[in-house]
Design a protein around this ligand. Structure first.
Ligand SMILES: *Cc1c(COP(=O)(O)O)cnc(C)c1O
Length: 391
């Protein structure tokens, strides 16, 4: 048989259209001629060239998240941290200064503490529950303030409106990592944010099977810079992960509402149990920023609950073992409830005094509430609490 050259298969067309975005793993796209390719690069025609520069699955996912967050042209990246990196590294230069919240996501804090200073970008952390603390940290060379509205793991509420005002007055960019709150909790652009970040890995995709991020800037020129940096640095997302995330996103609002309802019940239940020292949940009246949570989140407490039990590490061990129906795993936003113990995981690098300063003791747990039956879940927590009291 005469050998033949394998040609790319032309797209198979159909008069009917798929109801699900097809996975398109092609890394390269063949053009008709150099002139046709020129036209594409010059923006006279549209089309894909090379997957690191963009691919259909990333774009269709990005357009869906854009619609949720109320910004156009967002970029899907390979992880939430790559979205943070695009903002912190792609929009700053040596000599700039960046202000971040004291309770940012651990890796964001690390980038602020180690990577930015190495590149000649000075950083300061400020208590974002207090807009005047942020104002005091701003210098003439401050380029950006990066905050999360609900902090990890103590679920404190940033003064988003106050900080947006400070940033607007001083001509500083405000970037909001909206992972914990999600666009169903609040849309940062409606409160004056210039840049919004999502770890899509968490609630948006929601099934702990895809690692992705999304980032967008309101200003077109800034957004273009984010996109170019993401392409140059290779922060590209996998088409397969984008497909999974789009599938997860289809049920995001239902999952959000259901987990929030259970979280509220769990928080109120835990607060009434012996051996529980405190419960942190944004819509509870005993939350330190209860009034702000009500106005910013409009009664939405989201799916995260933190609580502290008596008895230190021994009680914490007994609790985690006895509450065996709950995955003891340091993530959030999964369909299943997950429990994390910041003192031994996300906050282990801090000294006990450093942890005490933010209220994270050996008896402190953070819960990401999932879709389980609420009564069954609460019974599981009761098993844990009983074991912790019995040590
Ligand atoms: C998980 C998380 C990130 C990082 O996202 P990855 O997808 O794990 O890289 C950033 N910010 C917040 C608030 C997170 O919870």
């Amino acid at each position: 048989m005469k050998p033949t050259i394998q040609r790319p298969v032309a797209p198979i067309t159909s008069v009917s259209s798929p109801v699900v975005s097809p996975i398109q793993p092609s890394v390269v796209y063949a053009s008709e001629s150099p002139t046709a390719l020129d036209g594409q690069y010059e923006g006279k025609t549209t089309g894909y060239t090379y997957a690191r520069e963009g691919h259909p699955n990333a774009d269709s996912l990005a357009r869906r998240i854009d619609a949720l967050e109320g910004i156009e042209g967002g970029v899907v990246t390979g992880s939430g941290m790559s979205a943070v990196a695009a903002v912190l590294l792609g929009l700053t230069k040596a000599g700039d200064h960046v202000v971040g919240g004291t309770q940012l996501y651990g890796r964001s804090l690390r980038m602020m503490a180690e990577d930015l200073p190495r590149l000649g970008i000075d950083t300061t952390l400020a208590d974002v529950t207090d807009a005047s603390a942020v104002a005091a940290a701003i210098r003439p060379e401050t380029r950006m303030v990066l905050i999360e509205v609900v902090s990890n793991p103590t679920l404190r509420i940033a003064d988003l409106d106050g900080i947006a005002q400070v940033c607007a007055d001083k001509g500083v960019l405000l970037a909001v990592d909206n992972t914990f709150t999600t666009p169903r909790g609040l849309r940062p652009v409606d409160h004056g944010a210039d840049i919004v970040i999502q770890s899509v890995t968490k609630l948006l995709a929601g099934h702990s099977d895809a690692t992705l991020g999304w980032v967008a800037a309101k200003d077109k020129a800034l957004n273009d810079r984010l996109r170019v940096f993401a392409v140059t640095a290779g922060l590209t997302a996998s088409p397969f992960d984008c497909y999974l995330a789009e599938r997860g996103l289809a049920t995001f609002d239902l999952r959000f509402d259901r987990t929030q309802e259970t979280a509220q019940r769990l928080a109120d239940h835990l607060a009434a149990q012996p051996g529980v020292i405190k419960v942190l949940y944004p819509t509870r009246p005993d939350h330190p920023e209860a009034a702000r949570a009500q106005s910013l989140l409009q009664g939405r407490g989201c799916n995260m609950v933190s609580f502290e039990i008596e008895g230190g590490r021994a009680a914490a061990d007994a609790f985690a073992k006895a509450a065996s129906g709950i995955a003891f795993a340091p993530t959030l936003g999964d369909v299943g409830t997950t429990l994390s113990h910041p003192a031994s995981s996300s906050h282990r690098a801090l000294t006990p005094e450093g942890r005490a300063a933010i209220g994270v003791s050996e008896g402190f747990f953070r819960v990401s509430v999932g879709l389980e039956d609420a009564d069954a879940l609460i019974a599981c927590f009761d098993d844990g609490l009983r074991a912790a009291r019995d040590i």
